[in-house]
Design a protein around this ligand. Structure first.
Ligand SMILES: [Zn+2]
Length: 321
């Protein structure tokens, strides 16, 4: 009774409670800043975003699929979540970050993907709320159908926290009032983990394995452009680990090239049964190089048919035109 009386007085003198005074803005009238979304043609093609902890992780784990998607006109973005500024045994800081940024841009040119590097120090990534917002906005800006990241059980803290941050965004990307400056995704994306060899607490499970034989040269061409990592020894290199003459560097490049091919070959052998299941007996046995993914339990859980639409590389795949 008292409350009703108070409301009558409040409304009479124009002091209506906030919940009465505010009316929800219909979604079609909500203001969306023009820079809130990446300028990607709305052409019905797939939109894939891959997160790696360092400027090379996306290329190592998804360079082949990135090139395959790009060849079909799909839109692929690689994001390095740190700037790689301690990823060299001899140099560090801004100059190395700039160098590594230039290297991933060059690699992206070879693969036909877009790439970006967040300005977070290498080795210092933390699973903070601010970083969760950043990752959420990136997925939304790309309006991703597929999101790929490391698993959260990985040897490197930056890899682990990249996995955690992407997992933490898997639900939030669809919640409109989390980061309301960036429109939520239209449908919850499929979240995938890229391959690793860690066993605890559980080993990687290959739900999706893709033959990358057609683009293996493109992939290794892109990777050997990352000279600060793969030609000069990376974070754990040492003085004179190679002959620094042009001849010596060319030899090192060749070794790196063969090393990456062996790695992709091991993935094909490790998941041979899955390749046969997806490509059929004959082709599955012939595949030499592969990349593999595990479906994350968060985000949308794709059916077998949808996996074939998102990875339109399998025989008789129903591709998204
Ligand atoms: Zn890394």
């Amino acid at each position: 009774m008292r409350l009703r009386l108070w409301l009558c007085i409040a409304i009479t003198i124009g002091l209506a409670p906030t919940s009465f005074a505010q009316e929800a803005v219909p979604p079609e009238m909500a203001y969306i800043p023009p820079t809130a979304l990446e300028q990607i043609p709305d052409d019905g093609k797939l939109r894939v975003i891959v997160f790696g902890a360092h400027p090379d992780d996306c290329e190592i784990r998804s360079g082949g699929c990135g090139a395959l998607w790009a060849t079909q006109g799909h839109h692929v973005k690689f994001v390095s979540v740190t700037n790689g500024d301690i990823g060299h045994w001899q140099m560090a800081g801004g100059p190395l970050a700039q160098r590594r940024y230039a290297e991933v841009q060059a690699a992206a040119g070879v693969l036909g993907v877009t790439t970006d590097v967040l300005d977070i120090h290498d080795g210092e990534l933390e699973p903070t709320l601010e970083n969760r917002r950043t990752i959420t906005r990136l997925i939304r800006r790309w309006q991703a159908d597929v999101v790929i990241a490391h698993r959260p059980n990985d040897y490197h803290p930056d890899h682990r926290y990249t996995g955690v941050l992407v997992q933490d965004s898997a639900y939030m990307v669809a919640v409109p009032f989390f980061c309301p400056d960036t429109p939520p995704v239209r449908g919850n994306p499929v979240f995938l983990y890229s391959e690793d060899s860690f066993e605890r607490p559980n080993p990687f499970r290959a739900d999706i394995v893709v033959a990358i034989d057609d683009v293996i040269d493109q992939k290794v061409d892109a990777l050997v452009l990352m000279e600060s990592q793969f030609i000069e020894g990376g974070a754990l290199g040492y003085l004179n680990p190679y002959d620094n003459s042009e001849e010596g560097r060319a030899k090192r490049r060749e070794q790196a090239r063969e090393g990456f091919k062996r790695r992709a070959g091991r993935s094909a052998d490790r998941f041979r049964d899955k390749l046969i299941e997806l490509y059929g007996e004959e082709k599955g046995k012939q595949v030499k190089y592969a990349e593999a993914y595990e479906v994350c339990e968060y985000g949308r859980r794709p059916s077998k048919d949808e996996i074939r639409q998102l990875f339109p590389f399998y025989p008789q795949a129903e591709t998204k035109k």
